[in-house]
Design a protein around this ligand. Structure first.
Ligand SMILES: Nc1ncnc2c1ncn2[C@@H]1O[C@H](COP(=O)(O)OP(=O)(O)OP(=O)(O)O)[C@@H](O)[C@H]1O
Ligand SMILES: [Mg+2]
Length: 315
């Protein structure tokens, strides 16, 4: 799996200035040698190949655990967790979503009000007598369950520091649940702290949602470095399942260039499915349901179904 390059000098945007810088340098040195390749056609469209139809399952489990992780905020981790989960459930997979962000956005996105909950993933992590089943909720999507969270989880980050095997706390909670599910998707918070390390320790694969703009690329090297450390020290099975381009706007040259650079650097690790920028996603958060049921025929719903096919084909 090509997860190189890892150091900041070899980032995929090397030779590509930030938009502001680029404008300045152009003025100063007219006529300018273009530093970026002109991407006149849509590079995302050019990569599209047929994805096989998922096979029908006659039995379930054990689950493959995928963490949706990027320490940058607002890149589409939660949106992708909900909608990939719902699309996998449509394909007959049993799915467990884990809200592993104290903000509780995943829970809210599924119509659960986190501040009204007595028990959350925090209790299962920290109390020896509480297990995952005590916390588990059904969602409005058939075949998809939720381990919710709320602000209590922020205390776990501090309290876990003094625990034995503090990085394995989530893996211990998930272990007994895995035989019942086909996929467990963990929605990480935007940091590389102890909660995220717990998610990476419990996971088989990492999906990295990446917004197609210059500044999103900067954190990727650090994230890959963290994944490599977890691989070496805690979880040798961990791999990068795929990089997912989100909030993609094919009309802007910048987004096309960034996408092209990411593909040059990471090759087939980048999912061919890209998630376009559309106002339908913020709408679904208000509605408290996935786009696959809120707007089943929309391009956003189709994209997450395509992503689900790709994820199934890769596993
Ligand atoms: N493809 C998209 N097009 C337009 N808006 C989107 C898209 N995907 C997500 N959004 C919106 O962008 C915002 C951030 O998305 P989301 O919450 O999924 O990101 P996140 O990475 O989980 O954020 P955080 O790091 O804060 O947890 C939300 O308001 C969401 O509705
Ligand atoms: Mg989120």
């Amino acid at each position: 799996m090509p997860t190189e390059p890892r150091d900041a000098d070899a980032l995929p945007f090397e030779g590509m200035d930030a938009p502001v810088k680029k404008r300045r340098s152009r003025k100063a040195t007219q006529p300018a040698e273009p530093k970026t390749r002109a991407v006149s056609t849509d590079p995302a469209r050019e990569r599209v190949r047929p994805i096989p139809d998922p096979v029908t399952l006659h039995s379930h489990g054990p689950a493959r655990v995928l963490a949706l992780c990027n320490q940058k905020g607002g890149v589409g981790k939660t949106t992708s967790t909900i909608n990939l989960g719902a699309a996998l459930a449509e394909f007959g997979r049993r799915v467990l979503l884990v809200d592993f962000d104290p903000q509780g956005a995943l829970s809210v996105g599924l119509g659960v009000y986190p501040h009204q909950l007595d028990m959350t993933i925090y209790n299962a992590l920290m109390e020896r007598r509480t297990n995952g089943d005590d916390v588990l909720l059904k969602t409005g999507v058939a075949g998809m369950d939720l381990l919710p969270s709320n602000i209590d989880l922020s205390a776990a980050e501090v309290q876990l520091v003094n625990e034995v095997a503090r990085e394995q706390a989530l893996a211990r909670v998930l272990g007994p649940l895995l035989p019942r599910y086909d996929y467990v998707l963990i929605d990480c918070q935007p940091s590389l702290g102890l909660l995220t390390i717990n998610a990476l320790t419990a996971a088989h694969g990492v999906i990295v949602p990446l917004e197609c703009e210059f500044f999103s690329l900067r954190g990727v090297a650090l994230l890959l470095d963290t994944i490599e450390k977890v691989q070496e020290r805690l979880n040798p099975e961990l791999r990068v399942e795929g990089i997912l381009a989100t909030m993609y706007d094919a009309r802007t040259l910048h987004a096309r260039e960034v996408f092209s650079r990411v593909v040059d650097a990471f090759g087939d690790t980048v999912f061919q499915t890209v998630i376009a920028r559309t106002v339908r996603f913020p709408e679904t958060t208000v509605a408290g349901e996935p786009i696959t049921s809120w707007a089943p025929q929309s391009p956003g719903a189709t994209a997450y179904r395509d992503l689900a096919r790709e994820v199934l084909a890769r596993s």
